[in-house]
Design a protein around this ligand. Structure first.
Ligand code: FMN
Ligand SMILES: CCCCCCC(=O)C(=O)O
Length: 398
């Protein structure tokens, strides 16, 4: 029998072998030149570790909490859409694997299995990721109505504002939030880096299909132009609302009791605005290099965001986390936890639920070893002094 993977990267090879090219390219690809995709991984390799010695590391405790929920380690499953393209059990398998590892899964808005199916597959703490939707009518008449509102703002009654929200198909988002609440999801992760889908050239060449989105069945019908390149891109441009703005965060907060986390912030300016808007958390993310290419690797902007937030809310990071040492580096630079995207999908494609479980466990084990070797028995012991960014190398070492 062939030996199994010994690190997360080897799962990618297995996934490539198991998947049709169109699906593998969709999962692995990034936007345009894929500069940010590569940099997310490589930037971690420019950070060195500064271990401390003669610390008692006979017991390592990786446990932590997020928004009051216990986790066995500071590793979450990032929202990734269309997991049935990787394995027939899709999000159900991922949910069960995450639960077995006591890791929080963030279920994607673009899941193939519905949020109800995922909730009933096993008992665990889960978050729901939301894209705010646009409607067909909104595309046609939205600008007209926006102008009308601006002109006659003083005459607009509350009910008219409500009408406008319905007109903009905000009712779809409101329904999804209610369903997430009803089904026991504990937080809403609003993705804010995707007013439109980034240009993924492989998807264009492959004429990427539109995977099934069970959550939207009966809620939204899309009249996408299916003749061009990536059908997913055409579908997304019909579905996502590019007019989403800070005032809508206020509105989202007003219609749900669940804490709101914003995913896709990479500047201090936006981090401060997010705190002012009253969110409960921030994910430093460039969407795994799939949206705006030439944004900086997330690990390089983490400290800037952490400083801007100055402890007001937890800051998470995703993008390029492939090693326990990467998790350690992110924590040293101020992250409360990290999320992993592609490695989970590769594990799923390699070996279903078991594959995802192996991916999460492997990363947890690597983090545990890193903490032992760096002299950090608990997460609280990991500090900024445990890392050194390459350009900070002391002159004597150059
Ligand atoms: C195939 C794929 C699908 C994704 N789908 C979503 C999604 O539906 N919603 C979302 O907020 N982010 C989505 N993302 C972005 C991930 O949540 C995450 O930000 C990114 O994958 C982290 O980078 P990594 O893959 O290097 O770990 C997706 C990423 C991939 C690779
Ligand atoms: C409106 C559905 C868009 C799905 C996009 C999923 C995603 O975020 C990705 O990066 O791919």
């Amino acid at each position: 029998m062939e030996d199994g993977p010994v690190n997360l990267r080897e799962f990618q090879e297995l996934a490539k072998r198991n998947l049709p090219k169109m699906y593998y390219d969709y999962f692995s690809g990034g936007a345009e030149d894929q500069f940010t995709l590569r940099e997310n991984v490589e930037a971690f390799q420019r950070i060195m570790l500064r271990p401390r010695i003669l610390v008692d590391v006979s017991k390592i405790d990786m446990s932590t909490t997020l928004l009051g929920y216990n986790m066995s380690s500071p590793i979450l499953v990032a929202p990734t859409g269309s997991q049935q393209l990787a394995h027939p059990q899709g999000e159900l398998a991922t949910a069960r694997a995450a639960a077995a590892c006591n890791a929080i899964m963030v279920l994607s808005f673009a899941s193939n299995y519905s949020l109800e199916d995922v909730a009933s597959t096993c008992n665990a703490v889960r978050f729901y990721q939301l894209y705010v939707c646009s409607g067909f009518l909104n595309k046609l008449f939205g600008p007209l109505f926006d102008t009308f509102c601006l002109r006659f703002h003083c005459f607009i009654t509350c009910s008219f504002e409500q009408f406008l929200q319905v007109f903009k198909r905000r009712d779809v988002s409101a329904t999804l939030l209610q369903r997430a609440e009803r089904n026991g999801y504990k937080a809403i992760v609003v993705t804010v880096d995707t007013p439109r889908l980034g240009r993924r050239e492989a998807d264009e060449k492959n004429k990427m299909i539109i995977p099934r989105n069970s959550n939207l069945e009966g809620l939204i019908s899309v009249d996408a132009d299916l003749t061009g390149g990536s059908k997913l891109e055409a579908y997304a441009s019909e579905t996502l609302d590019p007019s989403l703005s800070w005032k809508d965060i206020e509105w989202l907060k007003s219609i749900t009791k669940l804490p709101i986390i914003l995913k896709g912030i990479i500047t201090a300016e936006d981090a401060r605005k997010a705190v002012d808007a009253g969110v409960s958390g921030i994910v430093v993310s460039n969407h795994g290099g799939r949206q705006l290419d030439y944004t900086p690797p997330t690990i390089s902007v983490l400290e800037e965001v952490v400083k801007a937030v100055s402890g007001a809310v937890p800051v998470l990071l995703d993008g390029g986390v492939r090693r326990g040492t990467d998790v350690f580096k992110a924590l040293a630079l101020g992250a409360k936890a990290v999320m992993i995207g592609r490695p989970v999908v590769y594990g799923l494609a390699a070996n279903g639920e078991h594959g995802v479980r192996s991916v999460i466990k492997m990363l947890q084990n690597e983090l545990e070893l890193t903490m032992a070797l760096a002299g950090c028995p608990t997460l609280r012991d990991i500090t900024r002094n445990h890392v050194m960014i390459n350009h900070e190398r002391p002159r004597s070492l150059l």
